[in-house]
Design a protein. Structure first.
Length: 379
C-alpha cells in the first residue's frame, strides 16, 4: 500500500510537466517567427525642387581679345628730321589733322626750283604759240616744247606733293594709341610714327567650330563678359566669315560691342556667349536632379511620401538648368539632393524644399524670366 500511495502523486504530476514543456516550445516558436520578419527602413531624407516654366537659351561660349574695328599705323612718306610733335598718346584726332612736322627745307627749295623752270617753259610756250600760228616755228619743235612744259609741271607737282608730306596727318578719326618716335629723330620713308585706333565701335573676333556655322547669323545677340571692365556688355554679331579655316576647322565671327561709358579698351580679354536659339515657357529642372540609367536620363519625383522614378527627355541646357521635353510637369517636386541611393517606391522624407528653378543665365540686354513658386513640402 505504501508503494501505491507513493507512485500515484508522481503519475498525477507528469501531465502537468508535459503541458509546461509544450507551452514553452510554443512561446519559443512564436519568438523565432517574430525575429525572422525584416525591419522597415526609415524614410530617406531628400531635398526637392519643383519643376518650373521659363526661358532657355542655346548658347555658344568662347573667348576673344577686344580690338578696335578701325586702326591705322601712321608712317613717314618722306625722310627728314622730326621737328614737332603736336599730339600725344590718348589724344583724340580727326582725319587730316596734323600730328607732327618734319624738316622740309630741302623739299621747299626743290619745289621753288621746279616752279621757276615751269614758269620759264610756260612763257616760252606762249611765245611759240603765236609764232607757230604764223608758220615761223616748225611743228616738231613746237610739239617738243609742249612736252617739256608738261614734264616740268609734273615735276613741280611731285615736289609740292613731297613737301606736303612733311606735315604728318591722321588717316582716320580715332585715338592716338601709341607713339613710336621722339622730337629730333631722323626718319626714313616708311618709319612708323603713331598708331591710331578708332574705338567706336570695338569688336571681338571669335573663332567658332564649323559645326556651329548653321546656327549663327548676323544680328544675333551675344553677351561679352569683361572682368577688367567690371561686368557684362551688350553685343551683336556684325558679320560672319564665309570661309572656314582648313587648318583649325573654325570660321571667324565678328561681334560689335556697345559701350556708351567707354569702359572697354582694346586688348582686354573677354568671355563671349552667343545666343543662337531661344525657347520661352518651357519646363526646366536642375541638372543636379538627373541620373543616368543605361544611357537614359531619369529623375525621382516625390509622390505621397515615396520616390517615383521617371524617365525624362531633355532639350536645351543652360548652366545649372536643363529643359525637360517629357517625363516631368510643371510643379512636380523633383529630388535634387539624396536621389543617388533611392529606388522606385522608396519612402522619403523631404527635409527642405529648395527654391524652384530660377531664370536661365541672361545675355546682356535680355530680361530675366519670372521666378516660379517653391515646391510644396511633402507631409
Amino acid at each position: 500500500m505504501v508503494f501505491v500511495n507513493s507512485v500515484l502523486p508522481q503519475l498525477h504530476r507528469a501531465p502537468l510537466r508535459a503541458l509546461a514543456v509544450l507551452c514553452l516550445a510554443a512561446l519559443a516558436g512564436c519568438s523565432g517567427k517574430a525575429n525572422d520578419q525584416p525591419a522597415v527602413a526609415p524614410p530617406a531624407p531628400v531635398e526637392v525642387q519643383s519643376a518650373a516654366r521659363g526661358e532657355m537659351l542655346a548658347v555658344y561660349s568662347g573667348t576673344a581679345p577686344i580690338e578696335a574695328d578701325g586702326e591705322a599705323v601712321v608712317v613717314a612718306k618722306v625722310g627728314g628730321e622730326l621737328r614737332q610733335l603736336l599730339v600725344e598718346e590718348g589724344a583724340y584726332v580727326r582725319k587730316g589733322q596734323v600730328l607732327a612736322k618734319l624738316d622740309g627745307e630741302r623739299l621747299r627749295l626743290e619745289a621753288a626750283q621746279t616752279k621757276a623752270q615751269l614758269s620759264k617753259l610756260e612763257r616760252d610756250y606762249k611765245r611759240n604759240v603765236e609764232l607757230q600760228q604764223r608758220g615761223l616755228v616748225a611743228v616738231s619743235a613746237f610739239e617738243n616744247l609742249r612736252y617739256e612744259v608738261d614734264a616740268a609741271r609734273a615735276a613741280y607737282d611731285l615736289t609740292a606733293l613731297q613737301l606736303s608730306y612733311t606735315d604728318i596727318r591722321a588717316p582716320i578719326d580715332g585715338v592716338v594709341a601709341e607713339r613710336f618716335v621722339k622730337a629730333g629723330n631722323t626718319l626714313n620713308p616708311n618709319d612708323k610714327l603713331f598708331r591710331i585706333a578708332d574705338l567706336s565701335p570695338l569688336v571681338a573676333h571669335v573663332h567658332v567650330p564649323e559645326s556651329e556655322l548653321r546656327k549663327l547669323r548676323a544680328g544675333q545677340v551675344a553677351s561679352v563678359q569683361v572682368d577688367a571692365a567690371g561686368g557684362a556688355f551688350q553685343s551683336i554679331i556684325q558679320r560672319i566669315s564665309p570661309v572656314v579655316d582648313s587648318n583649325t576647322g573654325t570660321f571667324k565671327v565678328t561681334l560689335e560691342l556697345r559701350d556708351p561709358a567707354n569702359r572697354l579698351k582694346p586688348g582686354m580679354f573677354a568671355r563671349v556667349d552667343i545666343v543662337h536659339e531661344r525657347r520661352t515657357n518651357v519646363v526646366r529642372i536642375a541638372r543636379s536632379a538627373l541620373l543616368e540609367d543605361d544611357g537614359n536620363q531619369r529623375v525621382f519625383v516625390v509622390q505621397a511620401g515615396k520616390a517615383v522614378s521617371r524617365a525624362v527627355t531633355l532639350g536645351l541646357t543652360n548652366g545649372p538648368l536643363v529643359e525637360v521635353l517629357s517625363g516631368v510637369s510643371t510643379g512636380d517636386p523633383v529630388v535634387v539632393v539624396g536621389q543617388g541611393t533611392l529606388k522606385d517606391g522608396s519612402p522619403v522624407r523631404v527635409v527642405t524644399s529648395a527654391p524652384s528653378s530660377g531664370p536661365a543665365p541672361q545675355v546682356a540686354g535680355t530680361s530675366p524670366a519670372p521666378a516660379a513658386t517653391p515646391a510644396p513640402v511633402a507631409r
